[in-house]
Design a protein around this ligand. Structure first.
Ligand SMILES: [Zn+2]
Length: 401
């Protein structure tokens, strides 16, 4: 495999330098040799590639005609709306998942944790679609699949068995959802999720849309099970925005539990965000994701984690460069730490991922400073995965997936 040399790049917006990668990792010897592939950085900012740790590739309508939103409020109603419509889309689910993943890679995201819904309606069909997308882009990205019981585990017969079958069929992470609000039996719901995770020695990701005290109760039950099964570092709470509404004297003890058991969080930067700086203070791994992409749940989504980074900064009300750059660190290295493909951020000012020995999964962005890159979100990007250029100018390189 030839070496890759990146000329005139600015790591995290610092001084211009030359960097090189060999066998998929960054190396300290950056002097170009004959036969090296040379990328002209043109003074662009070099970052680790983006990591999207909360995306629903199994419901996307990106690339299809826009349609009016027909869902009614509430997780169950929205699930039913998706169930009524998803099979009638203009293109197949494998096509849609592959198209959306391709657009994400073209915009700089090469580490992805996606959901694949499993339920009485779709069986393993959506999992197979997402697995096909992962296969189509295997050389350009690293994709983990969360088997996700979107319709709960107790409301429809056979749901728990399907979740286990999904894990046996190539899913990597066991999903759960609103143990109190959706299934109305948090003990049974969580015991099922943790039981399947134990059986498959797999990590867990739980969607938590519940409000303050209910979210707190669910989080306490999750912590109880992490302790009992010694699942330190293997559980992610997605969303969890209800926790942000708790008074500090209730939130801090929970965060201490998260720190002690290394519970990660994934956010989609909603209007009422998680307390991003407080999570950094506790050293809690935080990743960012784009959620549904222009699907039956939501008209939002553009496959661009740089847009979502802007949204994370905006919803937090950040203005200082250090805080906005921290959002970039969350969107890149933070997500990798959630997936276990990179080290956690050590502090608010930590900007890892570009040292010798780190994976050569990178993105070049135009901008005077990292903050300017987030504000302007330009299209002059080059995306590298495994030491190979996989996209340039928002277009994939190589054969069409
Ligand atoms: Zn979600």
């Amino acid at each position: 495999m030839s070496r890759l040399v990146l000329e005139d790049v600015r790591p995290w917006g610092g001084a211009a330098t030359t960097m090189a990668a060999e066998d998929g990792v960054l190396v300290s010897d950056a002097i170009a040799r004959p036969g090296d592939v040379v990328v002209a950085g043109r003074g662009r900012i070099l970052l680790p590639s983006f990591s999207d740790v909360h995306v629903h590739l199994d419901s996307t309508r990106v690339g299809l005609p826009f349609r009016p939103h027909t869902g009614r409020p509430g997780v169950w109603n929205m699930m039913l709306n998706d169930r009524e419509n998803w099979r009638g889309a203009e293109e197949s689910m494998p096509w849609r998942a592959t198209e959306t993943l391709g657009r994400m890679i073209a915009r700089g995201t090469t580490h992805v944790r996606t959901y694949a819904q499993v339920d009485a309606d779709c069986g393993l069909e959506r999992l197979e679609a997402v697995a096909a997308a992962r296969e189509a882009h295997a050389s350009r990205s690293e994709v983990e699949i969360i088997a996700f019981p979107q319709a709960g585990l107790l409301r429809e017969a056979g749901s728990a068995d399907l979740l286990a079958r999904a894990m046996a069929s190539g899913a990597n992470v066991v999903g759960g959802i609103d143990p109190c609000a959706l299934d109305r039996d948090p003990v049974r719901h969580l015991d099922t999720v943790f039981g399947i995770a134990e059986r498959f020695d797999a990590p867990i990701d739980i969607h938590l849309h519940e409000p303050d005290q209910l979210a707190r109760f669910s989080a306490e039950l999750i912590l109880e099970r992490i302790r009992a099964l010694d699942m330190r570092g293997r559980v992610t709470i997605s969303h969890g925005y209800g926790l942000a509404k708790l008074p500090e004297n209730q939130l801090r003890p929970l965060l201490e539990g998260f720190r002690e058991w290394d519970v990660a969080m994934a956010t989609i930067a909603p209007p009422e965000p998680l307390p991003t700086l407080l999570l950094a203070e506790y050293g809690i791994r935080l990743g960012l994701g784009e959620d549904g992409q222009r699907d039956y749940w939501s008209p939002y989504g553009d496959c661009d984690m740089l847009s979502r980074t802007w949204q994370l900064a905006f919803t937090n009300g950040f203005r200082q460069d250090a805080h906005i750059e921290h959002c970039l660190a969350i969107a890149t290295s933070g997500g990798r730490a959630v997936m276990g493909t990179g080290a956690p951020l050590a502090s608010l000012d930590d900007r890892p991922g570009l040292a010798a020995g780190d994976r050569a999964d990178l993105v070049l962005l135009e901008g005077e400073t990292p903050t300017a890159a987030v504000m302007d979100r330009g299209s002059d990007r080059t995306v590298i995965h495994g030491g190979i250029v996989v996209a340039d100018g928002l277009e994939l390189i190589g054969s069409a997936a």
